[in-house]
Design a protein around this ligand. Structure first.
Ligand SMILES: CC(C)(COP(=O)(O)OP(=O)(O)OC[C@H]1O[C@@H](n2cnc3c(N)ncnc32)[C@H](O)[C@@H]1OP(=O)(O)O)[C@@H](O)C(=O)NCCC(=O)NCCS
Length: 175
């Protein structure tokens, strides 16, 4: 039986979080979602900012209230992935970023975790009353596009990010 679920980060994840960041750093990819490491490797700052974003207090200029959740299996604290759920859209998020950003641990990819993670994130969106969910991905990111489509994403359009890269925008009917 599938025992995957999303949890709020807590002190007990300290070591696992550092392990995850280390493993991710070996790929040379930027951290996705950004909110998993907003303090450049500082776990205390990560916990503090996660709570501030969740409560929508003292958040940095231009950012919106958001939740950050870890994908784990059963009672294990091993982090398999992470997702950021933006509770509303700024202009930037509407154009490029979307409601939901996620990443899967490099050694755990291609096992279906992203598809489950997005599905679990959609349930949280539903609880929050987000009944149309915008999810975006770089056009070259075939794995992410498949993840979104597997969760009901319908391609709206393709736009060019200010950095020059094409981005696909998908809407998911979450009612
Ligand atoms: C994109 C990412 C989240 C996918 O995670 P994952 O757990 O490997 O994805 P899944 O195993 O759930 O697979 C989803 C689909 O993508 C396909 N897929 C996964 N990796 C792939 C790859 N490297 N190339 C092509 N297709 C791939 C899977 O086969 C599956 O398609 P299917 O339903 O047709 O079989 C992961 O590669 C990642 O974290 N990348 C870096 C961060 C990132 O790009 N995040 C998304 C931002 S929008």
């Amino acid at each position: 039986m599938d025992t995957l679920h999303l949890v709020t980060p807590a002190e007990r994840h300290r070591k696992e979080w550092h392990d995850y960041l280390h493993e991710w750093s070996l790929t040379g990819e930027g951290m996705t979602p950004w909110a998993l490491d907003p303090g450049n490797g500082d776990f205390d700052r990560f916990l503090q900012l996660t709570e501030q974003f969740e409560r929508g207090i003292d958040i940095p200029e231009g950012k919106v209230p958001a939740g950050l959740f870890l994908l784990v299996d059963g009672s294990s604290d091993r982090i398999l992935g992470a997702v950021s759920i933006r509770y509303r859209l700024s202009d930037y998020l509407f154009r490029y970023g979307g409601h939901v950003g996620y990443g899967v641990r490099p050694s755990e990819r291609r096992k279906g975790y992203a598809k489950r993670l997005l599905s679990l994130a959609l349930a949280i969106c539903r609880e929050r009353g987000i009944d149309r969910v915008l999810v975006t991905c770089d056009t070259v990111n075939v794995a992410s596009a498949k993840t979104i489509m597997a969760n009901g994403g319908i391609l709206e359009d393709e736009v060019i990010h200010p950095d020059g890269s094409p981005v696909q925008r998908y809407w998911i009917d979450n009612r």
